[in-house]
Design a binder for this molecule. Structure first.
Ligand code: KPL
Length: 317
C-alpha cells in the first residue's frame, strides 16, 4: 500500500514510521517543519518507545508534494484541524479515484472537507488515543498507547470490495502497533472524545497545568465536572449514551492516565500558536444553539482561549 502522511508532526510521524517499519510504502509530508523533514532524510526517523528504547526507521520524507509518487492508496491527514482545508487542497493531486482519506484529528468539524476531497465513500474518520511528542527534529517520543478507532463517514456508499479494502487498512494500522479497530459509528466516537477534549483542553490551556491537576485541584475539578455536565446533552444528541456519572468517570480517567502530559491545547498556547478551540468548544456551543441547550461555560472557555492563543482570522462567535 502507498501511504502519504500529510502534516508529519509528532503523531503523523509516529503513524508513518510504525507503518513503514512493517513494510508499507510511506511518504511523510510536512512543508512547515523543514528541519524535521531534513533530519529524517539524513538519519532516518527515530522513535523512542514507552519502554525507553529507540529505533530508527528509514522513511522517505519531503516538504514538496510533487515528490510523492501518485496516486496513493491512503492519505492520512494529521495537520491541525484549522489547517485541513489548505492541506487537502495541497494534496489534491495525490488523490485518485481509489484513494482513501483518513483523519484522526481532534475535535469535530473537518468532516465536510473530507467528504468534499475524498472520492465517494472513501472519507474515513476516527479518533486515536496514541500519544506522541516531537523530542527533537527527526525524533519522536511515543508517549502513550491506546485504541485507534476508524470508520467510513458514508458507510452506505461502501460495497463488498471497498469494505474489504477498508478492513485491510484497519488491519495494517493494527499490524503496525496502532491498536486499530473498525468503528461503524464514527459520529458517536467523535462526540464521545469531544466531551473529553472540551473539558480538559481549554481548562489546561488557560491555567497552564498538566492534565492530572484538573482532578487533584478541587476547584478545577468542580469546573471540569460542570463543563462535562453542560456538554453531555449535546453529545448525547449525537449518539453518545453515557450517563453523567460515566461521562465524569471517563474524563477523570483520561486525566489520570495522562496526568503528567500537557494537553495539545496548552502546548499550542505556550508556543504562541493558534489552537483547535474552534473545533472543540465551537461544536458544543453551536450545537447547543441549534438544540436550544445553553452552554455558557463552553462559550466562555472558547472566548478566553481565543483571546489567549495565536492569531487566526477572527470569526464571530
Ligand atoms: O487529546 C488530548 C489532547 O491533549 O488533545 C487529551 C486526551 C486531553 C490528552 O492530553
Amino acid at each position: 500500500v502507498n501511504i502519504a502522511i500529510i502534516g508529519a508532526g509528532a503523531l503523523g510521524s509516529l503513524f508513518g514510521g510504525l507503518l513503514a517499519r512493517t513494510g508499507q510504502t510511506v511518504w511523510l509530508y510536512n512543508p512547515s517543519n523543514v528541519e524535521h523533514i531534513q533530519a529524517i532524510r539524513s538519519q532516518g526517523l527515530l522513535i523512542e518507545t514507552l519502554k525507553g528504547d529507540t529505533f530508527c526507521v528509514q522513511v522517505p520524507a519531503t516538504p514538496r508534494i510533487e515528490e510523492i509518487p501518485k496516486p496513493v492508496q491512503l492519505v492520512g491527514v494529521f495537520v491541525k484541524a484549522y489547517n485541513t482545508q489548505e492541506a487537502l487542497e495541497q494534496v489534491r493531486p495525490l488523490i485518485g479515484e481509489h484513494t482513501w482519506v483518513l483523519s484522526l484529528q481532534n475535535g469535530v468539524g473537518v468532516e465536510e472537507l473530507l467528504l468534499k476531497y475524498a472520492p465517494k465513500g472513501r472519507a474515513l474518520r476516527g479518533v486515536t488515543a496514541q500519544g506522541a511528542t516531537l523530542a527533537a527534529p527527526g525524533r519522536v517520543k511515543w508517549a502513550g498507547r491506546g485504541p485507534t478507532r476508524l470508520g467510513p463517514l458514508e458507510p452506505e456508499a461502501l460495497d463488498a470490495r471497498t469494505r474489504r479494502e477498508l478492513e485491510q487498512i484497519v488491519q495494517l494500522l493494527d499490524d503496525a502497533g496502532l491498536d486499530a479497530q473498525y468503528e461503524p459509528d464514527v459520529e458517536r466516537v467523535l462526540w464521545e472524545k469531544l466531551l473529553v477534549n472540551v473539558a480538559i483542553n481549554p481548562l489546561t490551556a488557560l491555567t497552564g497545568v498538566p492534565n492530572g491537576r484538573l482532578i487533584e485541584d478541587l476547584e478545577l475539578r468542580a469546573i471540569l465536572h460542570d463543563v462535562v455536565r453542560e456538554g453531555l446533552p449535546i453529545v448525547q444528541a449525537h449518539g453518545v449514551t453515557l450517563t453523567l456519572e460515566e461521562a465524569i468517570a471517563r474524563v477523570e480517567n483520561v486525566c489520570r492516565a495522562t496526568a503528567e502530559n500537557l494537553s495539545s491545547m496548552l502546548q499550542d498556547v505556550r508556543r504562541g500558536r493558534p489552537t483547535e478551540i474552534d473545533f472543540i468548544s465551537g461544536p458544543i456551543v453551536r450545537e447547543g444553539e441549534r438544540l436550544k441547550i445553553p452552554t455558557p461555560l463552553s462559550r466562555l472557555l472558547w472566548q478566553l482561549v481565543r483571546a489567549r492563543s495565536g492569531r487566526l482570522p477572527q470569526r464571530s462567535i
